[in-house]
Ligand binder design. Structure first.
Ligand code: DP6
Length: 294
């Protein structure tokens, strides 16, 4: 039996809008969430099909997963079959999307198993990342820790000298009505999509330099603009859609007030859902966090 584990990640510059084979329309930058990981196991079977033997996923999610396994087997010209299990270190109820960690873990595990059986070397993380991207775009960033930059067909580690404490403000654990795959398509109908690539590129450059120069306040401002940019794309699509709930906005207003009062606070970002991610600087997490009442 083969086992692989991969972390989830949260993007501060968002992957939104894609071309063929999950090539992103714009650059993205993410922070790896080590505590939120997926563990995948593969075991060879004598049945003549791949099988899923865990029940955490819906039928369509399972099909997408097994399809990706088949894609890797085809690349490796491998004809055997596997029984697959996938388990998250975190419950669905924490509101973290598991597709990044699960596709990265599946990719690693499939290459590990097949290389072992075929007596070849496991490919590099760089290569596995590009293969994983085909399964789910954001999973290609989960190969590079703690910070990753992804542009076109290449994700890579980037040096950012800040220690982070990550926190999720859970607003709702309901499954989202519009999947991120659907969102990627729909945002193309928004008038605001024009210039999106350039805006993401510019913010990405400014964010990296803000981090490197210790300009935390500036980093917060850039990330704030960036998640609003993505959510504005959603709201101005045709037909429009959105993920914020009233409570999302309440928390955002409290955080903005907090920043105004103390001149410091957490970086805020929101993915395709209503839940809020906070990134604190580790060194002042305790002191500041105690003062934020949500
Ligand atoms: C909003 O990676 O889930 O989380 O490539 O279709 O599987 P597919 O999309 P996915 O998109 C994630 C979009 C996002 C922003 C981000 O993670 O950068």
């Amino acid at each position: 039996m083969w086992v692989s584990k991969a972390p989830s990640n949260i993007a501060l510059i968002k992957y939104m809008g894609k071309k063929e084979n999950n090539i992103p329309c714009n650059v993205s930058l993410s922070y790896t969430l080590e505590e939120f990981f997926t563990e995948v196991t593969l075991e060879q079977t004598h049945n003549n099909c791949d099988q899923f033997i865990t029940n955490e996923l819906s039928e369509s999610e399972k099909a997408k997963f097994l399809n990706h396994l088949k894609y890797i087997k085809d690349i490796c010209k491998f004809c055997g079959f596997f029984a697959v299990t996938s388990k998250n270190s975190f419950p669905k109820s924490v509101g973290i999307a598991s597709s990044a960690s699960s596709f990265a873990a599946l990719t690693m595990c499939a290459f590990k198993a097949i290389s072992d059986i075929q007596g070849s070397n496991i490919p590099s993380f760089e290569y596995m990342s590009t293969v994983s991207r085909r399964g789910s775009g954001s999973s290609c960033r989960s190969f590079f820790s703690p910070w990753c930059i992804w542009k076109s067909d290449k994700a890579e580690k980037i040096d950012i000298p800040i220690e982070i404490k990550h926190e999720i403000i859970l607003i709702s654990k309901d499954k989202k009505e519009i999947s991120s795959s659907e969102a990627h398509k729909r945002v193309q109908t928004s008038m605001l999509i024009e210039g999106r690539e350039k805006r993401a590129e510019k913010r990405c450059r400014s964010l990296i330099s803000a981090f490197r120069n210790g300009e935390w306040n500036k980093a917060y401002q850039i990330c704030w603009e960036e998640f609003w940019d993505m959510h504005a794309l959603f709201e101005t699509s045709d037909p429009s859609f959105g993920y914020f709930l009233p409570e999302t906005l309440n928390v955002l207003l409290k955080i903005r007030k907090f920043w105004k009062k103390y001149g410091d606070g957490p970086i805020v970002t929101i993915d395709a859902g209503p839940n809020i991610h906070l990134l604190w600087r580790k060194e002042n997490y305790g002191k500041l966090r105690d003062m934020l009442v949500l």
